[in-house]
Design a protein around this ligand. Sequence first.
Ligand code: SF4
Length: 321
Amino acid sequence: MDKLLEANNLTKRFSQGNVISRAILTAVDNINFYIKPAEIFTLAGESGCGKTTTAKMILGFEEVTSGQLLRNGEPQTDKEKAWITEGVQAIFQDPFSTFNPMRRVDAYFHETVYNFKLAKTKKDAIDWIDQKLQLVGLTYQDVAGKYPSEFSGGQLQRISIARALLTDPKLIIADEPVSMVDASLRMSIVNLFKQLRDELGVSILYITHDLATAYYVSDRIAIMFRGKIVEMGSVEDVLMNPRHPYSKLLRDSIPQADPNLRWDSRVTLAELEHEEYSRKGCRFAGRCPEVMDICKTVVPPDVRIDDVFVHCHLYEELEEA
Ligand code: SF4
C-alpha cells in the first residue's frame, strides 16, 4: 500500500515547571498512523489531546522526541526542508491571523511564487495565482489590491487554501480550519477538501474537535485522548460503531438536533488534564464507565478488530495489534 506519510511510535515530551519541581509531560505518546495519497485522514479529540503537537512535528515546528516520520517510505530528516515547505502546506484556525492586516493579500501570493520560482514573468505569476484561486471559487481579480479586512472569514480561509495550493503540495495539514468560520460556510470549506482530494489527488490531514464535519469529510479517523490514539479506522466504523469507551462518549456527546455542536461539558474537563496525562494505566480510567482494576495500573494493549485499532483492556482477549 502506498503511504504518503507514516508516523511510527511518534512521541513528544515537554518538560514543565522549574528547577525545583520539574515534570515531564508526554504530549504525544508512541502513536502510529499513516496517510495514503488522495486521502482525508482526521485526527480528532478535545483540546489538549496532542493533535496539534502531532501536526507541528510533521511540519517541522516541533522536534520529535522519539519515533520516526516517514514520507513515501523514507525517513523525514531535518535536512529535507523542501518536502516540508513545498510538499506539505498548512492551513490554520484563524485566517485573519495568517495575514497581516496592513498588507495586501495578493502580495502573499506573489511572494510565494517568487520564493519558489514558480513563474518567470509577472503575467505567468498572475496566471498561476489565478489558476489556484479558481480552485477555491475565486479569481485573481477578486483579491488583487485588497486587504484582509475586505474579506469575510470564510473567503479568507478559501484564500489561505489557494495560497497553500501554490506549490502543488501532496499533503495539506488543516488545523481546525472551520472552527472560526460561520456554521453556514463550514460545509463549503470541507467540501473544498473533498474536491482537492478527488480532482488533484491531494491528501488532507484534518485536525478537528468537530465530529460532524469529521464524519462528513474523512476517509479514516483517529481519535486521540491525552496523547494516545485510542481508536482508529474508517470513519464509518469508528463513528457509527465506536468500540473505545471514550469514542462512545464523544459520539454520544453530539446532540442529534444540532450537528454543529462539538463536545459538551462532560468531556471538556480541563482541570483533569494534567492528572490524566500522568496516569500509570489507561489515561481515561478516571472517567471511563467501563473501568476495571487492571485499567488503573496497566497500559492498555492496541487491539485490532477487523480494520479498527482500539487501545483498551476490554478487547484484551482479541489478538494484539
Ligand atoms: Fe476504560 Fe479500561 Fe478501556 Fe481505559 S482500558 S477505556 S479504563 S475499559
